[in-house]
Design a protein around this ligand. Structure first.
Ligand code: AMP
Ligand code: MG
Length: 507
C-alpha cells in the first residue's frame, strides 16, 4: 500500500497498515483524526527505524511525507483513533485516555512484525480533559533522545520515528514551539487499559482485551486452559510480571529514573513508555528524584521496583474476574503471580550486577560485595555510570572513594573474586588480549548516558534552530558500549552548579 497523496515523482513511503485495535470493543477507543497544523517542518527523522519499519526515509522527509508526520495527511489504510485508559496517578485512580495522542494504526513490517504508529501532540481528543492536546518541541525532542538512548542500551522501549514542528505556538508557562512526535511501540496497551476495561467495560469486553494482549504479545498462549490446567489469563499476568521484572532491573542497572510510574505509563508489552520527567542518575543515591512534582519521592530511583510491584497488583486486580470464577481462588492465584515479581527482579538485578563487575559464576558473597561498593558510592557521592566505567577501564583516579582504605579493601576482594572464576581465559590470544571479565564489563557498563546537562544543551540549541548538537549527542548514544573516542566528551558529569537537575511532566 502506498501513501494516497504521493506524487509520481516521490518514492512511495511504504506504509502498510492494519488496524486491529478498531476491531476491539468500542468502549476502548474513539475514532478521531489528528487536528491539522499550520506549517509542518521536519526536525529529526530516525532513518534506521524507518528502514526497519519498511518505510522510505526519503519519502518521509519529502513535503508530503512531513505533512503525514504532522497528521495533515493520513496514509491510505490507516484508521486513526484515540485509546481510552485509566490509571493510578501518584496513587489516585483516574479515567484517562489519549488526551494528546492519536494512534494512526499498526504498521506491518517487511519482517512480519506489527508496530503501533502514534502521533503525540496531535490535538484534542475526547480524552483531553482540560488539556490542549498539544506538545512542545523541548519535551518531544527529550523523549526522542532518551528513548533512543534506551534503545541503544538494549532496554525495551517505545521508539521515536520523527519530530516535526507544527508551525504553531502552544501556551505553557510561556509560549513554546509546538511539535508532534511519531512514536513507535509494540503496542500502547497499558496496565491502565485493563483498569479501564475492568472498571467501565463488561466482563466480555475485558476478556476480549486480554485475548488481544495475549495474541499481540504472547503468541496467544494456548487455549483457555492449557495442559497444566493453567488459565491463560493467569499466564498473561505471569508474563507481564516477568517482563516488567526484567525491564525494571535493567533500569536500575543503568541508573534510569522513569519519574512517573503511574499505571497508565506501564506497558503490557514490557517496553519502557512515556518519557516525561525521566532522567539518568549521575551521583549514586537511591533517593534520587528528578521530577518537580514528585515531592514525596514516590518514584525515586530506589523505589522503582516496589512501584513496579504495586502497579502489577493493580493489573492483577483488573484481571481478577478472568483468573477464576471463585473470587477467593482468583485472589490466591493473583497473589502467587505477584509474589514472583520480587524474586525475578532480584535475579535479574543480581545477574546484571555480576556482569557489571565482570564476575563469572555465582557465589553467596557476591551480593555483599555489591552492597559494599554501592554503600561506598553513596557515601562518597560517586557518579554511578563513571564508577563502573572506571572499574571497566581500570582507571580509578576519578573515582570519588579512590584512596580510601575501604575502597582499597573492596578492590582487593573484588579482584580475588574475579580471578576465582575466569571463563574461557582471554577472547583474543594476541598481545592485546583482553581478559574475559573485562570484555564482560565492557558489554555491561555503558560508557555514556544522556547526561542531563548534555540533553539540555541539545534542547536549547534546537530551540534556536540548531539541530547539530542533538545529532552529535544521538550519535554518541547510539552504541553506548562502544567506548569510542567520540564518546569521551559525553562522559563528563555536570559541574556542581548545574545540579540538582529538575524535570517537568512534559506536556
Ligand atoms: P502523561 O503525564 O504524559 O502520562 O499524561 C497523563 C494524561 O494526561 C494522559 O491521559 C495524557 O493523554 C493527558 N495529557 C497530557 N498532556 C496533555 C495535553 N497537553 N492535552 C491533553 N491531554 C494531555
Ligand atoms: Mg502517560
Amino acid at each position: 500500500m502506498t501513501d494516497s497523496h504521493t506524487s509520481p515523482a516521490a518514492p512511495a513511503a511504504g506504509w502498510k497498515f492494519d488496524n486491529s485495535y478498531t476491531r476491539l470493543p468500542e468502549t476502548l477507543f474513539t475514532r478521531i483524526m489528528p487536528t491539522r497544523v499550520r506549517d509542518p517542518k521536519l526536525v529529526v527523522l530516525n532513518q534506521p527505524l524507518a528502514a526497519a519499519l519498511g518505510l522510505n526515509a526519503e519519502a518521509l522527509a519529502s513535503l508530503e511525507g512531513v505533512e503525514t508526520l504532522a497528521g495533515n495527511n493520513i496514509p491510505a489504510g490507516a484508521e486513526p483513533l484515540a485509546q481510552a485508559y485509566a490509571g493510578h496517578q501518584f496513587g489516585y485512580f483516574n479515567r484517562l485516555g489519549d488526551g494528546r495522542a492519536v494512534l494512526l494504526g499498526e504498521q506491518l513490517t517487511p519482517e512480519g512484525e506489527r508496530f503501533d504508529i502514534q502521533y503525540k501532540g496531535s490535538g484534542r481528543t475526547p480524552y483531553s480533559r482540560g488539556g490542549d492536546g498539544r506538545a512542545g518541541l523541548g519535551p518531544m525532542l527529550r523523549e526522542y533522545i532518551i528513548s533512543e538512548a534506551m534503545h541503544g542500551l538494549g532496554i525495551p522501549t517505545t521508539r521515536s520515528l520523527a519530530v516535526v514542528l507544527t508551525g504553531e505556538e502552544i501556551v505553557r508557562e510561556s509560549l513554546e514551539t509546538g511539535a508532534i512526535m511519531t512514536r513507535v511501540a509494540a503496542s500502547h496497551l497499558r496496565v491502565g487499559t485493563f483498569q479501564f476495561a475492568a472498571q467501565w467495560g463488561t466482563g466480555d469486553e475485558l476478556r476480549e482485551l486480554a485475548d488481544y494482549a495475549l495474541e499481540r504479545h504472547y503468541d496467544g498462549i494456548g487455549d483457555a486452559n492449557d495442559k497444566d490446567g493453567e488459565n491463560k489469563y493467569l499466564r498473561l499476568l505471569n508474563e507481564v510480571v516477568a517482563r516488567q521484572a526484567r525491564l525494571i532491573a535493567q533500569w536500575q542497572l543503568v541508573g534510569f529514573v522513569h519519574g512517573v510510574m503511574n499505571t497508565d505509563n506501564m506497558t503490557i508489552s514490557g517496553e519502557t513508555i512515556d518519557y516525561g520527567p525521566c532522567a539518568f542518575m549521575d551521583t549514586f543515591d537511591p533517593a534520587t528524584v528528578f521530577s518537580s512534582i514528585d515531592a514525596q519521592g514516590r518514584y525515586a530511583y530506589g523505589n522503582q521496583p516496589y512501584i513496579g510491584a504495586w502497579n502489577l497488583a493493580r493489573l492483577a486486580e483488573a484481571l481478577l474476574p478472568l483468573l477464576h470464577e471463585d473470587e477467593e481462588q482468583a485472589l490466591a492465584l493473583a497473589q502467587q503471580a505477584l509474589a514472583g515479581f520480587t524474586e525475578q527482579y532480584h535475579g535479574h538485578w543480581l545477574a546484571g550486577m555480576r556482569a557489571k563487575l565482570g564476575l563469572f559464576g555465582e557465589e553467596a558473597e557476591d551480593e555483599a560485595l555489591m552492597s559494599e561498593l554501592l554503600g561506598q558510592m553513596k557515601e562518597h557521592a560517586a557518579d554511578y555510570t563513571n564508577t563502573f566505567r572506571a572499574l571497566t577501564l581500570g582507571q580509578l583516579e576519578g573515582v570519588s572513594m579512590n584512596g580510601t582504605a575501604e575502597f582499597a579493601e573492596w578492590l582487593g576482594k573484588w579482584r580475588v573474586r574475579q580471578a576465582r572464576h575466569q571463563e574461557g581465559g582471554s577472547e583474543d590470544s594476541g598481545q592485546d588480549a583482553v581478559p574475559a571479565s573485562q570484555q564482560l564489563m565492557r558489554r555491561s557498563n555503558q560508557n555514556v548516558i544522556p547526561r542531563n546537562h548534555r540533553v539540555e544543551e541539545a534542547l536549547s540549541a534546537a530551540q534556536q534552530g540548531d539541530f547539530g548538537v542533538m545529532e552529535r549527542l544521538l550519535a554518541a548514544l547510539a552504541d553506548p558500549y562502544a567506548y569510542s573516542a567520540e564518546q569521551e566528551a559525553y562522559t563528563q558529569p555536570a559541574k556542581a552548579g548545574e545540579r540538582p537537575y529538575r524535570t517537568f511532566c512534559g506536556t
